[in-house]
Design a protein around this ligand. Structure first.
Ligand code: ADP
Ligand code: ZN
Ligand code: MG
Length: 481
C-alpha cells in the first residue's frame, strides 16, 4: 500500500468558557487573571455540605450556541457527575452532562479543499464546569492549586468524525470560534484557554468503511499547533500501519518544540467515570417559548454577513472571508463605512494594512486599540486630500501605537499634505534644476522620466506634496520650456 491509499479522520471536542459574569454553580466572578484563589467560595472550593445552584445564563448561552450551530435543543435535559480524581478538582467529580445534553445533532458549514460547502456534523453540545489549575512551582518544588477557574462554565461541542485533513480541522475551528464570538457567548481567547480543543485523529484505507483506532491530544489552544499535531499524527499512524503495527487508543501529548507526539496514558472509557445523575440539582426543563425567544434574538451570524458582503457590497470571496472571520473586524467595517461613506476604502484598509499590522504584532482583532470613528476619519482625510495615502499609512501605525484623532496626529507630526500652489511650484522648480537629464528624457518621449521626477519631489517633501498637483505642474513646466 502507499500513503495515497490512506485517508485521515479527525473529530474535535471543543471546550469554550462562557462569558457569564458569574460561575456555573455559585456567584463567584469568572474574570481571568486575578490573584490565585481570590475568586472562590465554599461552593467552588467543594466544602462538604455546600449545594450547587445552576446559573440560568449558562443554559441560555448554551442554547444560543446550539441554535447558532443548527442543533436540536432538548426540552428535557439534566446534569450528571463525572467522577475522577485530580488535585485541581476538589470535589473529585465534575458536574457535566452525560446522556441528556442540552443540544444535539447540529452542523456547521465549512469550505473543503475545492471551495465547495461541506457540512461538519456536531454530535452534541453540553454544559459543564471547568476545573481549577495547578501551578507547578519549579523553585520550591511541588504544585500550588488555584481554584479561580473551578466552576467557570464551559460548553463542550463534540463534532462527528467528519473532518479529513488538518486544513479542514483548522477551518472548522475558526468557523466555530467566529460563531461563538458573533453570538457573544464566549470571548474565545485562546491564549487564556477559553477556547481549546481535544483533537482525535485516526487513519484508514480509503476503501475501508470502518474507522481506524484514534489517538487523542487534549487541551490544545493554538491553531498552528493543532494543524502541526494533526499532520504529524497522520504520518506517524500511516508509518505504524505500513510497518505492520497497530495503533493503540491512547492519549498523546503534542510537543511544540520537537514537533512530535508522545504517549501519556491509555485512554479511559466512559464507564471508568461512573457517571450518574447529579442528585443536588433538578432536571433542566425548557419550554418551547423559552427556546424560541432565544432563537428570535440571535444576532446576525457570520454566514449571513458573508453572503451580504458578496451580494450587496460585491466584495470578493477572499476579502469577505477575511472581514467576517472576526466579529470585531466586521463591525469595524460596517461602522466605519457608515461614518465615512466609503465602503470600498474601509474594506481595503482592513484587508491590507490593518491585517498586515495585526499579523506583525500577533494581535487579535478584538485588541485593536482605535475606534471605527478613527478609521473613518482617517479615510475622510485622504478623500479630502489633506493627506496622501502614504502618510495615511503612517497615521495608521500611530493609531495602533497610541490611538487619538487622526487630525491631531497629522497636526502634531506636521504631516498635512502640501497643496499650496506656490509651495508645490518651489519644489518642482528645484527638482527640475537638479535633473536636467530627466527633462531631456521626458522630451524624448520617455514617460518614466516624469515618474522619476515626481518621486524626487515626493522625497524632497517627505511624502507630503500633493502627487496630482506635482504631476500636473511638472508637465506644464516641461512643456513650456
Ligand atoms: P471521548 O473522547 O470523551 O471518549 P467520544 O467517544 O464521544 O468521547 O469521541 C470524541 C471525539 O472523537 C468525537 O469528536 C469524535 O468525532 C471523535 N472520534 C471518534 N472516533 C474517531 C475516529 N475513529 N477517528 C477520529 N476521531 C474520532
Ligand atoms: Zn464560588
Ligand atoms: Mg475525548
Amino acid at each position: 500500500m502507499s500513503r495515497e491509499d490512506y485517508e485521515a479522520v479527525i473529530g474535535l471536542e471543543v471546550h469554550a468558557e462562557l462569558s457569564t459574569k458569574t460561575k456555573i454553580f455559585c456567584s463567584c466572578p469568572t474574570s481571568f487573571g486575578a490573584e490565585p484563589n481570590t475568586h472562590i467560595c465554599p461552593i467552588c472550593m467543594a466544602m462538604p455540605g455546600t449545594l450547587p445552584v445552576l446559573n440560568e445564563k449558562v443554559v441560555e448561552y448554551a442554547v444560543k450556541a446550539g441554535l447558532a450551530t443548527n442543533c436540536e435543543i432538548s426540552e428535557d435535559s439534566k446534569n450528571d457527575r463525572k467522577n475522577y480524581y485530580y488535585p485541581d478538582l476538589p470535589k473529585s467529580y465534575q458536574i457535566s452532562q452525560f446522556d441528556k445534553p442540552l443540544c444535539k445533532h447540529g452542523y456547521i458549514e465549512i469550505e473543503d479543499e475545492n471551495g465547495n460547502k461541506k457540512k461538519i456534523r456536531l454530535l452534541r453540545i453540553h454544559i459543564e464546569e471547568d476545573a481549577g489549575k495547578l501551578n507547578h512551582d519549579d523553585l520550591g518544588g511541588g504544585s500550588l492549586v488555584d481554584l479561580n477557574r473551578a466552576g467557570v462554565p464551559l460548553i463542550e461541542m463534540v463534532s462527528e468524525p467528519d473532518l479529513r485533513s488538518a486544513d479542514e480541522a483548522d477551518r472548522y475551528l475558526r468557523k466555530l470560534k467566529s460563531i461563538l464570538e458573533y453570538i457573544e457567548v464566549s470571548d474565545c481567547k485562546m491564549e487564556e484557554g477559553s477556547f481549546r480543543a481535544d483533537v482525535n485523529v485516526s487513519v484508514k484505507k480509503k476503501i475501508d468503511a470502518k474507522l481506524g483506532t484514534r489517538t487523542e491530544m487534549k487541551n490544545m489552544s493554538s491553531f498552528r499547533s493543532i494543524s502541526r499535531a494533526i499532520e504529524y499524527e497522520i504520518e506517524r499512524q500511516i508509518d505504524v500501519l505500513e510497518n505492520g503495527g497497530t495503533i493503540e487508543q491512547e492519549t498523546l501529548r503534542w510537543d511544540d518544540v520537537s514537533g512530535k507526539t508522545f504517549s501519556m496514558r491509555n485512554k479511559e472509557d466512559a464507564n471508568d467515570y461512573r457517571y450518574f445523575p447529579e442528585p443536588d440539582l433538578v432536571a433542566i426543563k425548557l419550554s418551547k417559548e423559552y427556546i424560541e425567544n432565544i432563537r428570535k434574538n440571535l444576532p446576525e451570524l457570520p454566514e449571513s454577513r458573508y453572503e451580504r458582503y458578496l451580494n450587496e457590497y460585491k466584495l470578493s470571496k477572499k476579502d469577505a472571508g477575511i472581514i467576517v472571520s472576526s466579529k470585531y473586524l466586521s463591525n469595524l467595517f460596517e461602522e466605519a463605512s457608515e461614518i465615512c461613506n466609503n465602503r470600498k476604502a474601509v474594506g481595503n484598509w482592513i484587508i491590507s494594512d490593518i491585517s498586515r499590522i495585526l499579523n506583525e504584532k500577533e494581535m487579535e482583532p478584538n485588541n485593536i486599540p482605535f475606534t471605527a470613528e478613527h478609521l473613518a476619519h482617517l479615510i475622510m482625510l485622504i478623500d479630502k486630500g489633506t493627506i496622501s495615502s502614504s502618510i495615511a499609512k503612517k497615521v495608521l501605525e500611530e493609531l495602533f501605537e497610541s490611538p487619538r484623532e487622526p487630525e491631531k496626529i497629522i497636526e502634531e507630526k506636521g504631516w498635512a499634505q502640501i497643496s499650496d500652489e506656490g509651495a508645490i511650484k518651489e519644489i518642482v522648480l528645484e527638482v527640475l534644476k537638479n535633473n536636467p537629464q530627466s527633462i531631456a528624457d521626458y522630451k524624448a518621449g520617455k514617460d518614466r522620466a516624469l515618474g522619476f521626477l515626481v518621486g524626487q519631489a515626493m522625497k524632497m517633501s517627505k511624502g507630503k506634496a500633493n502627487p496630482q498637483m506635482l504631476n500636473k505642474m511638472f508637465i506644464e513646466n516641461m512643456n513650456n520650456e
